[in-house]
Design a protein around this ligand. Structure first.
Ligand code: FNR
Length: 183
């Protein structure tokens, strides 16, 4: 089973990308987790779309989403909401509109987020629900929230022991959710 994960942060030292790397490392065969970022996706601009179509980076990401068994989004929290780069990518991914269904409808989607702060990106995740309802995804109800992530996700040694266990369990539960989604 192949799961695609996308980091909502462009930062090279991103805690959210680090969280995805830890999830990838905790995946056990036959589960595999790949990681993508949103580099190379321009700001949505209807004029650009009209003159040049959907950018190659968006088309490539969309193909990956369509082929994946599950989709994990790692969402940083900016001012209590989803970061612009992630919302921007979601907007492009729904263009042209007939692509929204095959890309998102009923797709088993899991949300996770890491922050140095204390709320584990809960506000961003909660606020994003309006968007994901619009996209008609099948949302895994167990959102993963990592607070104090600058201390718990070491760039060298990875997650602390408790977090590593939490990630393993969360991934197993998400895989079970994907299997239920497939019926
Ligand atoms: C933040 N940060 C932040 N954190 C949080 O828990 N709640 C918030 O509302 C905000 N708001 C916010 C706004 C802006 C503009 C920035 C740049 C940052 C801190 C944020 O969680 C922190 O920078 C993370 O490290 C960002 O995620 P990555 O890039 O490490 O994945």
């Amino acid at each position: 089973m192949n799961i695609l994960s996308i980091s909502g942060s462009l930062r090279s030292e991103s805690l959210n990308t680090r969280l995805l790397k830890s999830l990838k490392a905790s995946a056990v065969h036959p589960i595999s987790v790949s990681i993508e970022t949103l580099h190379g996706i321009p700001l949505y601009d209807g004029d650009l779309e009209e003159s040049s179509g959907v950018p190659d980076a968006v088309v490539a990401l969309r193909e990956q989403i369509k082929q994946t068994d599950g989709l994990i989004l790692a969402m940083p929290e900016y001012n209590g909401g989803m970061p612009g780069v992630l919302k921007n990518a979601l907007d492009w991914l729904t263009r042209p509109p007939e692509e929204m269904g095959p890309t998102f409808f009923n797709r088993p989607l899991a949300l996770c987020g890491a922050t140095p702060g204390g709320l584990g990106t809960a506000l961003a995740q909660a606020g994003s629900l309006v968007v994901f309802r619009q996209l008609k995804v099948d949302l895994f109800p167990e959102h993963l929230r990592v607070s104090g992530a600058n201390q718990r996700l070491d760039p060298e040694t990875g997650p602390d022991e408790k977090l590593a266990e939490q990630l393993r369990k969360w991934l197993v539960q998400y895989v079970e959710f994907i299997q239920r989604n497939r019926g």
